[in-house]
Design a protein. Structure first.
Length: 452
């Protein structure tokens, strides 16, 4: 058995949070980076760059929507496994892991088949125009063939991290990222495959990460490994119920982006709509650099909360939450400063067109006005998920989506389509205040810590 990288029973809480949060955050940042590299290369394809980028932008919500199924199992099962480990019930932890493996393998296969059958309809529903459809279709067709690799890697990696192997989990992501960065220029430019090459490079990179994760979890190195056990529907129901909250968050995040794209096309018209959609693709790429690492901090440390809940150590849960919140606010604070002061450096990676740059820089500054409160929202919602409080997490997340949807449909109609970028800060600030109030009312009771 491999020596644990982290001991949830005895390690200093600040150091423990940092050692789990930093590799998870870095892994997500690297993952976002290679997604951005895809878009950077695509945006610089001679003659078609801007339109191809808009087409791939339409695929973005579909790709992330698929990822929701991975988190349904990964984020649903990992906290439950952590609780069992905290109770020193290792056989129960193994049963959860094995059921999650079969659950995710089945889901990813079914999702791949359904998505391939519906992809043309999905692209049009999600905002593709006549000019961008061909590029979106080229990318998503190849990408979907690797759905099993992508979902299995993302979902099962949570079970590596929740056992304390945060660095190993990080390496699985870095392996895929480096592979993608190396393969992108080869397929896109050297082999002249264009958008198809970007998708193929991504699929092969996901395959590399998938093999790494599977080799680790089937080996004797982790304390809890995948064993061939019978399916237990009771476990699957528990995983689905808890994971539903985070899966719903991811799914609705994408529904929001889809709605955003559709409204942009409707109010912007054929020409202005495609331009605004390209700008939104770049804005969303920047936001991924915030939300994915932020999610790495708040989900990568969930195992600390679940483990100590199972071990009945509420004081350590409180210490963990304080340190997690500090890291989340520090990260979002830094990203807020970058977004307000130097967004043009990021935008110019994708395009040099002056009008595109001007509009996108302005959009990023508006879109990121609520970044710091967003750190509070992530800490609270993911914290409740880690404590197996699915109902509270779902409710708080759903409230934020309602605010966003209201902005998507009201702001363009009343103030004009170019003001649609104000939707994000409104949906970051108001829900964070509500979530904070709920947290103060129910958190101590949830962890079994009496007031006073």
């Amino acid at each position: 058995m491999m020596k644990l990288e982290n001991n949830f029973d005895t390690d200093n809480m600040r150091g423990l949070v940092w050692r789990l949060a930093f590799p998870s955050m870095l892994a997500q940042f690297v993952s976002v980076f290679y997604s951005i590299v895809d878009r950077m290369y695509i945006g610089n394809i001679e003659g078609i760059g801007e339109l191809a980028l808009a087409g791939v932008g339409v695929c973005g919500p579909i790709v992330t929507l698929l990822t929701a199924f991975a988190f349904l199992v990964g984020i649903g099962g990992a906290p439950l496994m952590s609780i069992k480990m905290g109770q020193k019930h290792m056989k129960g932890a193994e049963r959860i892991l094995s059921n999650c493996f079969f659950m995710l393998l089945t889901i990813s296969t079914v999702v791949m088949i359904i998505s391939l059958l519906l992809k043309n309809h999905l692209l049009m529903w999600f905002g593709a125009s006549e000019k961008t459809f061909a590029y979106a279709n080229e990318y998503i067709t190849i990408y979907l063939l690797g759905t099993v690799f992508a979902l299995m890697t993302t979902g099962m990696n949570q079970f590596i991290i929740c056992q304390g192997f945060a660095k190993t989990g990080m390496m699985s992501v870095i392996l895929g990222a480096v592979s993608n960065i190396v393969l992108d220029p080869v397929f896109i430019f050297a082999l002249d495959m264009g958008v198809k090459g970007a998708a193929l490079a991504t699929v092969l990179s996901q395959l590399a990460s998938f093999l790494f994760v599977m080799c680790f979890l089937f080996s004797s190195r982790p304390p809890v490994r995948i064993r061939l056990m019978g399916i237990q529907w009771k476990i699957i129901r528990k995983v689905a119920l808890l994971g539903f909250s985070y899966g719903l968050i991811i799914a609705f995040d994408n529904v929001m982006i889809i709605s955003l794209n559709a409204v942009i096309q409707r109010y912007g018209g054929p020409e202005r709509g495609d331009m605004l959609l390209t700008c939104m693709t770049i804005v969303q790429s920047f936001m991924l650099m915030v939300t994915m690492p932020l999610g790495g901090i708040t989900t990568g440390t969930q195992t600390i909360l679940g483990y100590n809940l199972g071990a009945k150590r509420p004081e350590r849960i409180v210490k963990a939450e304080k340190n997690i919140l500090f890291l989340a606010l520090a990260f979002t604070g830094i990203m807020f400063i970058i977004a307000q002061l130097i967004p043009h450096l990021f935008v110019c990676i994708f395009t040099r067109d002056e009008e595109y740059v001007r509009l996108t820089v302005q959009a990023i500054r508006i879109y990121t006005l609520g970044l710091i409160p967003l750190g509070v929202q992530y800490t609270i919602v993911d914290g409740f998920t880690g404590l197996s409080a699915a109902g509270t997490a779902i409710s708080l997340s759903a409230f934020r989506k309602m605010i966003f949807f209201g902005g998507v449909f009201l702001i363009p109609a009343v103030f004009g389509v170019e003001n649609i970028f104000f939707t994000e800060p409104v949906s970051d600030i108001i829900p964070a205040a509500v979530s904070s109030a709920v947290f103060l009312m129910v958190f101590r009771k949830k962890i079994g810590l009496q007031k006073g």
